[in-house]
Design a protein around this ligand. Structure first.
Ligand SMILES: *Cc1c(COP(=O)(O)O)cnc(C)c1O
Length: 441
């Protein structure tokens, strides 16, 4: 068991988050319910600011794809971080929340002309350009609007990090970025320097997600700095900013051993500085784009246990009122989670159960083989570390309405995303005239 943020066990033996009893939250707001621990989210932002911005010449950009709604945008703004968006929808959300456009960074490998125009018009500070098509399109649109947006070119350093190891791939095969090794990245930089409507600011790479191995970051930083030096020598271009992406791993289950943000910062900044000294060039300003490590541990999902079914000698299934609709990660990539019975936190584990969702898919299993106290229908099951890539990946399969999200802090719980209603589900449905149900026929 790992209790994140303000999680604790209260006098009633219940799981408490942000000073709120989660059993009561489930009763008050219904389930499934996303619970976001405000102080945990903010503390994670502060840890990054302290480790990077206050200690090094560095900036922290929150990866909005992990969790984004209006309230989250407000918190990220208040904590002084930048914000990565990857679509018109995310950009719209940020702008509606009043997030300063100059601190927004626009990512994505296929931004549409409409999305780019929207971003230029609203004054987005910087574009992470993925490919040459985008570079030309952005330059043309920027000219039309009379703007000169900042550009950071995404490149692939030929390193791919996995959870416990990383591989150096010679020939990089990725839908993201321009390859350094075959000269495409160099070509991209040269082209961006030629385009007068763009201000070339620097380079970006992102080597993966849920990474525990800091050595892979050191390696990536080194390869990027080698390229920075090559650019300097061959084009005279100065790389003002070096964005090394996100990806720091978090604790989901036993075996996950997250590294401290401070260590991560020291490794990245150290590697960049070392290479800068070696090449006698000025070190670029470092940027990082943490997502999961900020939002993940701040989220918990509450479910109500429904049907319990034991197949003697095989397995006991415990079905909950949500599943792959609100958390597609286990079905998508065998992601593992830990769960608690929120009202029985002091009861010892009594049985091995598997937690099933309620969707019509055999693959809709949230957790295989969880050790829990004896469960009964009506118990509240809390799945921890669901802040990242849960709500943001949620869907309406089987026409299940998306859950509500509440923000908890100091014993106070506030709704920040309304629960979808059945009416919401049919809101965009239309019936052609010839299919309308005619009266009296
Ligand atoms: C997904 C992503 C991130 C965030 O990754 P986490 O593993 O959630 O920290 C940052 N930058 C880019 C470009 C990404 O694609």
């Amino acid at each position: 068991m790992k209790l994140n943020g303000t999680m604790r066990i209260n006098e009633n033996g219940h799981l408490e988050i942000g000073g709120c009893d989660t059993v009561e939250l489930a009763w008050e707001f219904g389930t499934p319910l996303y619970v976001l621990d405000e102080m945990c989210f903010r503390q994670n932002c502060r840890d990054y600011n302290q480790a990077f911005s206050e200690k090094y010449r560095a900036g922290v950009i929150y990866a909005g794809k992990t969790l984004l709604n209006l309230a989250v945008c407000r918190m990220v703004d208040e904590e002084g971080l930048g914000l990565d968006v990857v679509s018109g929808g995310e950009l719209f959300t940020a702008l509606k929340a009043g997030f300063p456009a100059e601190r927004i960074y626009f990512h994505g490998n296929n931004k549409s002309p409409a999305e780019l125009a929207m971003a230029i018009e609203s004054g987005v500070g910087c574009f992470m350009v993925d490919n040459i098509c985008e570079l030309e399109l952005l330059s043309r649109l920027a000219g039309e609007y009379g703007r000169v947006p900042g550009v950071i070119l995404r490149v692939t350093p030929g390193i791919e990090a996995h959870t416990h190891e990383y591989i150096k791939t010679g020939q990089i095969d990725s839908k993201f970025g321009l390859v350094i090794e075959n000269g495409q990245a160099l070509g991209g930089v040269k082209r961006s320097l030629e385009l007068e409507n763009l201000h070339f600011k620097g380079l970006h790479c992102h080597i993966g997600s849920q990474i525990f191995e800091l050595e892979s970051y050191r390696h990536a930083a080194g390869v990027m700095m080698d390229f920075v030096n090559q650019l300097h020598e061959e084009t005279g271009a100065r790389v003002e900013e070096l964005d090394l992406g996100g990806g720091l791993g978090v604790y989901y289950t036993e075996g996950d051993q997250p590294r401290a943000v401070k260590e991560y910062a020291d490794v990245l900044a150290g590697a960049v500085q070392e290479k800068a000294e070696q090449y006698r060039i000025q070190a670029p300003r470092l940027l990082v784009e943490p997502g999961r490590s900020i939002s993940g541990p701040a989220g918990t999902t509450l479910y109500t246990v429904g049907a319990i079914k034991e197949i003697p000698g095989i397995r006991k299934y415990l079905a909950v009122d949500g599943g792959m609709g609100d958390n597609p990660r286990p079905a998508l990539y065998q992601a593992r989670y830990e769960a608690y019975l929120a009202g029985k936190m002091e009861c010892p584990p009594a049985e091995l159960v598997s937690v099933a969702g309620k969707c019509c898919e055999s693959g809709d299993m949230l957790i295989w083989d969880a050790e829990l106290p004896e469960a009964e229908p009506g118990d509240i099951l809390a799945v921890s570390c669901t802040g990242a890539y849960n709500y943001s990946m949620s869907m309406n399969y089987n026409r299940l309405p998306r859950p509500a999200m509440i923000l908890v802090r100091g014993g106070c719980a506030e709704l920040i995303t309304r629960r979808e209603s059945y009416e919401d589900l049919i809101m965009n449905d239309l019936i052609p005239e010839r299919l309308t149900k005619k009266a009296n026929t």
